[in-house]
Design a protein. Sequence first.
Length: 219
Amino acid sequence: MNRRLFILGLVFVGLLAFPKFAVASEGTALLTSVDNDSRCFLASVLVDEGDYQVVMTCRNLTTPPDANRLFYLAWARRKGAAEGQQAKTGGLKLGKGVYFSLGDISGGKLNARAREAFEEILVTAEADSGVSQPSLSALVVSGPMREIDFGDSGQSNLKFLPTSTIVKVTLAPTPGKIVPSVAQKSVAGTAARVFFTILAIIVVGAVVISIIQRRSASR
């Protein structure tokens, strides 16, 4: 038991230590060849479940390829497929081959849709644009799919972080500001005190005058 746990631990550490070479249908591919200077660049984006939007642009494609082959066709290798793979042994659905066509490259451009995952792209020269399988003997360029680089690999200093949640702010009166209700209460209190003071003076004066008048009348 301890030996099994030790082996599983080594496998886990190995998976963490070694870089991941995951391939995905959503990504890019640079198609090249050692036999010619043709180049093609492809980008694929998953726009819906099982629906990939694919665009390609090429350079240095001789048109037509030769006297017997008049078309350039783009092909995608199904994800998990291998050369010479049979449907019953490789997990492919019955009637499906290793490759499926993305279409005819016209003017060095291609705009296509793919309904299943793929991991490699290749371009072949064909005599007929309606062939169902690529002529690998007439391979022009090929390349594997790569994950999209969002700027967080290599020497990029860009850092992509989740969007911050907006913090709710509660507004409150600024300390030190005069609050109108408090100021009004203060003014009203002062006015009342002044009014009662004046009234008291008037009453006292009236009482004093009344007393003086009574004394003068008694004499």
